[in-house]
Design a binder for this molecule. Sequence first.
Ligand code: SAH
Length: 554
Amino acid sequence: MNKNDIVTVEITDIGVSGEGIGHVDGYTLFIKDAVIGDVVEAKVMKAKKNYGYARLMKVITPSEYRVEPKCAFARRCGGCQIQEMSYDRQLVFKDQKIRGNLERIGGFTKDQIDTVMQPVVGMEHPFGYRNKAQFPFGTDKEGNPITGFYAGRTHDIIANTDCALGVEQNKEILEIILQYMRENKIKSYDEKTGKGLIRHALIRYGFKTKEIMVCLVVNGKKLPKAERLIEKLIQIEGMTSITISPNTRRDNVIMGDSYEILWGQGYITDYIGNVKYQISPLSFYQVNPVQTEKLYGLALEYADLKGDETVWDLYCGIGTISLFLAQKAKQVYGVEIVPQAIDDAKENAKINAIDNAEFFVGKAEEVLPKYYAEYEREHNGETAHADVIVVDPPRKGCDETLLETIVKMQPEKVVYVSCDSATLARDLKYLCANGYEIRMCRGVDQFPQSVHVETVVLLSQQKPDDTIEIDLDLDELDATSAELKATYQEIKDYVLKEFGLKVSNLYISQVKRKCGIEVGENYNLPKTENPKVPQCPKEKEDAIKAALKYFAMI
Ligand code: SAH
């Protein structure tokens, strides 16, 4: 395959970024905007030895999953990657993405995954779901101010005030801002020269309260003739907060460090479930409130709180999950790295009269291990306990130091909320090698039309009981059962690694029985009348006991 070759190819798979994948004589091509099931004509843009990237030139036979995109800019805009795929198929893609990572990175078997996986929670209306949008401003060839979205991987602005993912009010607000700029000769900021005033417009909408916030990010301190803009904006129903955020830095960070109120108040209010939040221009808040409620509902369902539990919510942001869970728990502790978010979390606890949530600023991988060590010191070796630990880390997942401490604390349940199923799978592998088991796993589609998917997983401790069940399975003469091999094999591997000793299933079962762990009636039962059954030597018995301890079976 060479650059500029034109090929006809059937799309048989979907890549992690939503691109179509097809094969031509064993050579793999990645083709953006091609939908699984399409037969397309594509032009090779980059050819490596075994794979290449091609541009979609023409859809020859459209896939049954191909739909007309709602937005005219769907292909060019960097915001949506799979708008041309039917929504049902998007959900299948997301389900497969999670499964694929659990299998490849997590090392879980298809059977294990089938047992725990529930179908992805989709949206009834997968458009207009975002409560927040940050529109960059620029200038067109004629010198007029424009606003819209960045084209994929660039900072070129596609002029579009009507993004299909945002609320309908965005369009009117943006048109008012553009008109104000034209009438008052106010220029858009230019990244290249660092000149011009208006950088971004942040618009937030409270889905439950219908309150609207507009914050203009400006390359300066003031907005000239602001009253002319305010006068128009306050005509819009629900307008609650108009602010500016000065940002004169020349980097890619959108917001300034502070904001100033031009009209109304500095925040809007919204609800997730019955928890109320005050959202300022600078605070983090989940962008899809409808799905967030489902996501946290699922986390709450998995945590299955009865009212007397101690819960940790790590990577808590503004305390959204913490406050959701606090209503059903005895005590919640939240940990978050951004101090401003913790201020918001405390404030949110206050306005909801929630007094059983405490928040700590710091890295989860430092705060929790430190808490654990101090607790042990102050309580004469007694270890800190948690009933449920919730983690909701950023894309890079959890630090291993944190996972180690979680394992030490032995919470009954771990609820893992993840925005990247690859790092999730890596972390689950660690937890499952250290005494936990996945009980439930479910994707929640927070970002329809994009390739992203959130995942919620419930883990609980592997119980000695589980081992009994598995052992009994063996007794049903299924000696090759995969789960079983894993358990005995894990013990064998551990003993070999830690003590350099090889032990047999027989010895393991003998030691298990000695330790009061039942192994089925007829399994390798030493019959006293049969003196030929070898007995496990002391050295190996101690090693197996150490393994049983390690796997928390005794
Ligand atoms: N659970 C929250 C936010 C999750 S987003 C919610 O649903 O609203 C992940 C959060 O982790 C962000 O707020 C980010 O600031 C924070 N974070 C990133 N690295 C961290 C670390 N090492 N320790 C603690 N928090 C961290």
